[in-house]
Design a protein around this ligand. Structure first.
Ligand SMILES: *[C@@H]1O[C@H](CO)[C@@H](O)[C@H](O)[C@H]1NC(C)=O
Ligand SMILES: *[C@@H]1O[C@H](CO)[C@@H](O)[C@H](O)[C@H]1NC(C)=O
Ligand SMILES: *[C@@H]1O[C@H](CO)[C@@H](O)[C@H](O)[C@H]1NC(C)=O
Length: 391
């Protein structure tokens, strides 16, 4: 007989490991050796970023945990690289410094072997939504601003597999003497887990046949693919941003660069929905355009991104950026630069402004019901398993 307490503990442990989440694992990353105990809260690289102040999500708050100066991830221009993505360092080739040691599973190609796929916030392989790598052509991490990152490669099946291949665009320019700063970015589909984003920074270099033309000023990706869940059966390619784009900074207390136009359960994604192709991103060496016209590129900020001013914190990002755009203004006053939506039609944005509410009243309830249903299905599963084992 299993006591309720044992069952409760088992459920808690199971639920905890099931909430696996994921990150890249590489010596070049900030926070490589950060464990659940390093911070006063669990700030392992795999932990999702949600409703955080700027300093807490930017580089995962790992800037004080840098890689060794000479550890770089190398990206061969026109080639491809394999990156390991997992919910635990112990599943990767770098298990030696994992707190739990070697838990690799040679028989599984998955990012989190032996765990339910909800560990990577996907119900099945069709449900993964892609992840991306961005690059900033700066060597000092303290100089890097959110709008410096340009997404140069995407993998639609990420983070399903432990080994994820990324295609590197041909003619990527070489980095400055001290290398570049890169970031891994991921947002998952809304149907498997709560709304959040992921960011891990790492040192990188472009190697091989590098080009001479710099990447253009990164704009903002726009929702332009078919979106049946939101009543848009057809893609609207004219709404896509063509050219380099920034990562999505989303669902945080401050520093967001993408709004909630479609609601919190319609997250921005690194796939065709936001105009990304699967693999190397095209059109990087130009300024971004929307519908053939120059996109409004966010003004760059001279203030250090690490110290957002108090006024920046109180500015509701979505409202202020759409208001500014509607007024045709490009001024951004916050020191955490709030980039302008890359738009040719201010009125389109203005029209969508009333929809910029974070949470519709019904949504939260619906979500609660969903997660409750999931929890009880986990409980059922566990009870069955425990009952089975006790026989
Ligand atoms: C991480 O930990 C391993 C094992 O303790 C150590 O060899 C390595 O130097 C550490 N790396 C960093 C970046 O601190
Ligand atoms: C994405 O990664 C998977 C797993 O490594 C790989 O099979 C696939 O070819 C990659 N896709 C692209 C576009 O590189
Ligand atoms: C165009 O993109 C914006 C910004 O991502 C989005 O809010 C809007 O719904 C899109 N419009 C269409 C017709 O896809």
């Amino acid at each position: 007989m299993i006591s309720t307490i044992t069952l409760g503990l088992a459920i808690a442990a199971f639920a905890k490991s099931a909430a696996g989440h994921a990150s890249i694992w590489h010596q070049s990353m900030w926070g490589f050796n950060v464990t659940a105990q390093t911070f006063s809260y669990d700030n392992r690289p795999v932990v999702p970023l949600q409703q955080m102040p700027f300093n807490q999500w930017w580089f995962h708050n790992h800037l004080a945990y840098p890689p060794h100066p000479d550890d770089f991830m190398e990206f061969p221009a026109g080639g491809s690289v394999n990156m390991q993505i997992s919910c635990d360092k112990g599943y990767t080739d770098l298990y030696a410094s994992a707190p739990g040691g070697d838990i690799r599973d040679p028989n599984s190609p998955l990012a989190c072997p032996g765990q339910p796929t909800t560990a990577i916030h996907a119900n099945n392989i069709e449900d993964v939504a892609g992840c991306a790598i961005g690059i900033a052509y700066k060597s000092d991490v303290n100089d890097v601003q959110p709008q410096d990152f340009a997404i140069f490669t995407v993998n639609y099946t990420c983070p399903w597999y432990l080994n994820t291949e990324f295609q590197i665009p041909a003619d990527m320019p070489a980095c400055p003497e001290g290398g570049c700063i890169c970031g891994w970015f991921w947002i998952h589909n809304p149907d498997s887990g709560s709304e959040q984003m992921y960011m891990n920074g790492f040192q990188c270099k472009i190697t091989g046949q590098t080009g001479n033309t710099p990447i253009g000023t990164p704009g903002l990706a726009r929702r332009c693919g078919a979106d049946p869940a939101n009543g848009k059966p057809d893609a609207s390619p004219n709404n896509c941003t063509v050219g380099p784009v920034q990562p999505f900074y989303w669902d945080q207390q401050e520093g967001n660069n993408v709004g909630m136009f479609e609601g919190i359960y319609s997250p921005p994604l690194y796939n065709g929905l936001y105009g990304f192709v699967d693999g190397a991103q095209p059109n990087l060496f130009q300024e971004p355009t929307v519908g053939g016209a120059p996109a409004a590129v966010p003004a760059s900020s001279s203030a250090p991104a690490q110290s957002p001013s108090p006024s920046a914190q109180s500015v509701p990002v979505v409202a202020s950026s759409s208001a500014d755009t509607a007024a045709g203004s490009v001024a951004v006053s916050a020191s955490v630069n709030v980039p302008q939506p890359a738009t040719t039609s201010a009125s389109a944005i203005a029209a969508s402004a009333p929809k910029c509410k974070r949470r519709l009243p019904g949504e939260k309830k619906q979500k609660k019901r969903k997660s409750k249903a999931r929890r009880s299905s986990i409980e059922r599963h566990l009870k069955k398993r425990l009952a089975h084992e006790s026989h």
